[in-house]
Design a protein around this ligand. Structure first.
Ligand SMILES: [Zn+2]
Length: 165
């Protein structure tokens, strides 16, 4: 993706208030992000661990989504969970259920969309093989990195559409 500025990020959010958008903490050193390897910028709020954010290109624009981290999916050390974006399998808390308030009337009525996501939101890097899931969670797949990237992007678009749709 194209490198983002702080202004790009703060003006991209579609599902939280202007006040929240102003207050949210950007990722540390985000200007050094490996933009060429990212399908979206995702991070946990360094000052509020139950909050996470992702910013992605969508329909020629930029869409930022605020997420609540509701729980770690893993129930025990040996259980595995899969991220619904990059389909990376993790052990012990590497995946968490995150919910996004939907935009517009649906959001005002309290509707949200929940997805199991990599807790570090580094899906782009897992898809490219630039980051490995901790432990022995990784399941070998016969897909090429290009196929995994395409799959991650498709899942990301579907998720964004559900939030703003
Ligand atoms: Zn993921």
């Amino acid at each position: 993706m194209e490198p983002l500025t702080e202004r790009d990020i703060r003006t991209s959010f579609v599902n939280c208030s202007k006040g929240e958008t102003k207050r949210l903490n950007l990722p540390k050193d985000f200007t050094d992000s490996p933009w060429n390897d990212l399908d979206f910028l995702g991070w946990r709020d360094p000052g509020a661990p139950e909050r996470a954010y992702l910013v992605a290109g969508h329909d020629g624009g930029l869409v930022g989504i605020a997420l609540r981290v509701t729980s770690a999916a893993s129930r025990g050390f040996t259980s595995r969970s899969m991220c619904s974006l990059c389909l990376t399998t993790h052990t012990s808390g590497g995946v968490a259920l995150m919910t996004a308030r939907r935009t517009g009337e649906a959001g005002r009525q309290g509707n949200s969309v929940g997805q199991y996501l990599c807790t570090d939101l580094a899906c782009s890097l897992y898809a490219r093989g630039k980051k490995q899931a901790a432990g022995d969670g990784a399941i070998e797949e016969s897909l090429t990195p290009e196929e995994k990237i395409a799959r991650t992007r498709t899942n990301l678009t579907a998720f964004v559409d559900k939030v703003i749709g």
